[in-house]
Write a protein that binds this ligand. Structure first.
Ligand code: CMP
Length: 581
């Protein structure tokens, strides 16, 4: 099959079967993800019938991981995280250590090496963000305090896994594996120097990359997006978001040797604090969805179902570690930290599954020669089964809670003060977020209220105008415009007043009006002197933006033109209209 046709065949079959599988899973009240994985198993080499191009699928899946991590970064809110850090950070760390310990224990039972045990344990320790978010959303729990704790906890796990992905290649040789073959997207291991040196080098590179990304990113990226948003092209904006995500991911992998995933995560974080984060998230969502589906399909393709028959005991052990082992630890930690039973139960159910990070980890573990193929099959089986059984975990937790309520109707008072304090903290973080959004929408509303001429624009157009405006100030007596100068832009007075000296008379213009439009419309020089009467603040629309914006809004242009014509008539006493350039 020619290469192009291969790509098309792989994509089409993957999408069609994933869609069918997803719908079927939904019918069976299972997460659609189970359907995608099943679709992958169907087109994989271990089942009869069509076999998709595995290499191609793996590469497409990498796109899915990049976009997924970009999404995680985009939704990462430092203030939300700070609110739940007291429980999320120690909880996630202890849980990872415990699950990794269980993994190492299992591995030693099966006579695998320490490296294999570590990879297995780590991959069993981290839950799937996609599954968690979907589960919480479906149950309307996403914005509850328990939901926030679960999400925060998972983000700490994700971050720890990002670090693990960076460190594993560097430590591979020490653990009995080999360096990654050829150019890579996963760390810069594999030098002939000592392992410690490689580790230090890798960490150093990551540190430089993170510092650069966090120092430059928040300045450059929002500025770039503001420029793009001003063009008013939706397409260019989406493209800019993708270019930032993929560009940073790829560039960081090439320049710093950090993983694609880490680069994409930082691209998301950089964007998350800017006011474009919502738009960026919304615009990249369809692509994130599409490629994460491909990701799950390609994971399904790797799964060899015969493991269920060949090693039923090992599969059961892995599954129990994920569903029961991790849950017991999570519950215990939450209670030990002094939070209520309900929080412990919720976190346990939310995290009783594994997903995308585990797949990435086992892939890397195999590439490094650390994990035997059965390890991958076991983790894949564990993921498939634990994701499928996750609704059951929530159901059981719900029953336990109901039972407890029936026994103690007053509710669970233990741990309540701590929980209430945390709830307040979460509430404060939410309020800060809302405040930020309110300020922005006030600005938009204020624009409309202050300048009657803008009342004909809708919200989206006002937002764009807000992006184009540049703030300018003038002290009393300062000349803002000189008669005979070339026109640089149009000024809206947001505070203070100016005097216009034109054709022998002086006119006072106040807040809410504008000036500097005549020369822009006619293409001639400035027709009058404009001087600030007191301390003034202006919103300036420069010449290029003026023409661009007016070309898109003929109604506004006509209104501005009408006033300009009146002013001109007043100055010259004639009735000739200004030419419209
Ligand atoms: P422009 O010619 O670009 O620069 C000077 C500005 O002064 C002009 O645009 C108008 O905005 C403003 N201006 C000129 N004449 C009058 C007038 N008669 N009344 C109010 N504003 C005026």
């Amino acid at each position: 099959m020619p290469h192009e046709a291969n790509l098309i065949a792989t994509l089409s079959v993957a999408f069609v079967l994933a869609f069918a599988g997803g719908m079927l899973a939904d019918r069976l009240r299972l997460p659609p993800l189970v359907g995608y994985l099943m679709a992958g198993v169907l087109v994989g080499p271990f089942t009869p019938g069509f076999v998709a191009d595995g290499e191609l699928a793996t590469e497409l899946a990498e796109m899915g991981v990049i976009l997924l991590m970009f999404g995680v970064g985009l939704h990462f809110s430092a203030s939300d995280m700070m609110a739940v850090k007291g429980v999320a950070i120690p909880g996630a760390i202890v849980q990872i250590l415990a699950a990794t310990g269980l993994g190492v224990g299992l591995a030693s039972l099966w006579d695998w090496g320490l490296g294999a045990g570590l990879v297995l344990g780590l991959s069993l320790s981290v839950a799937s963000t996609v599954v968690l978010l979907k589960a919480l959303e479906e149950r309307n729990l996403l914005n509850t305090s328990n939901g926030r704790i679960a999400v925060g906890w998972l983000i700490v796990e994700d971050l720890a896994m990002v670090v693990a992905l960076v460190l594993l290649p560097a430590a591979a040789e020490l653990l009995g594996g080999h360096p990654l073959a050829g150019a890579d997207g996963h760390g810069g291991g594999g030098s002939d120097g000592s392992v410690l040196l490689t580790l230090a080098l890798t960490l150093g590179k990551v540190a430089i990359f993170a510092t650069l990304a966090l120092a430059l990113g928040p300045r450059v990226v929002p500025w770039l997006l503001a420029q793009v948003a001003r063009t008013g092209s939706r397409e260019l904006f989406t493209l800019a978001v993708l270019a930032v995500a993929l560009g940073i991911a790829y560039g960081s992998a090439k320049l710093f040797g950090v993983s694609f995933a880490l680069g994409a995560f930082f691209a998301g974080v950089v964007l998350s604090e800017s006011r474009f984060s919502h738009k960026a998230a919304a615009d990249s969502m369809p692509l994130q969805d599409a490629f994460s589906v491909i990701f799950f399909v390609s994971v399904g393709m790797l799964f060899d179902p015969s493991i269920l028959v060949r090693e039923p005991v090992a599969v059961a052990a892995v599954l129990l570690t994920i569903i029961v082992g991790k849950s017991i630890f999570a519950f215990g930690i939450v209670r030990m930290l002094g939070y209520p039973t309900s929080t412990g139960l919720m976190v346990s159910a939310s995290l009783a599954q594994i997903g995308e990070f585990s797949f990435i980890l086992v892939g890397l573990g195999m590439a490094l020669g650390l994990l035997p193929p059965e390890g991958r099959d076991l983790v894949l089986a564990g993921a498939l089964l634990s994701i499928t059984l996750n609704p059951l975990s929530f159901y059981i937790v719900g029953r336990i809670e109901k039972g407890m309520k029936a026994r103690a109707p007053a509710g669970d008072v233990q741990g309540l003060p701590k929980f209430l304090a945390l709830e307040q903290e979460i509430e404060r973080a939410r309020q800060r977020m809302e405040e930020k959004e309110r300020t922005h929408s006030l600005q938009v509303q204020g624009l409309e209220q202050t300048f009657p001429v803008l009342s004909r624009l809708d919200r989206e157009e006002l937002e764009r105008l807000l992006l184009m405006f540049r703030p300018r100030t003038a002290a009393p007596g300062e000349k803002v415009i000189r008669r005979g100068d070339r026109a640089d832009g149009m000024y809206f007075i947001s505070s203070g007043s100016v005097s216009v000296q034109a054709a022998g008379h002086t006119i006072k213009l106040e807040r809410g009006t504008f000036f500097g439009e005549m020369a822009l419309l006619s293409g001639r020089r400035r027709s009058a002197d404009v001087t600030a009467l007191d301390y003034c603040e202006f919103l300036m629309l420069d010449r290029r933006d003026f023409h661009q914006f007016m070309a898109r809004h003929p109604g506004l242009r006509a209104a501005v033109m009408e006033l300009a014509n009146q002013r001109r008539k007043m100055n010259s006493g004639t009735t000739t209209a200004i030419a419209t350039n």
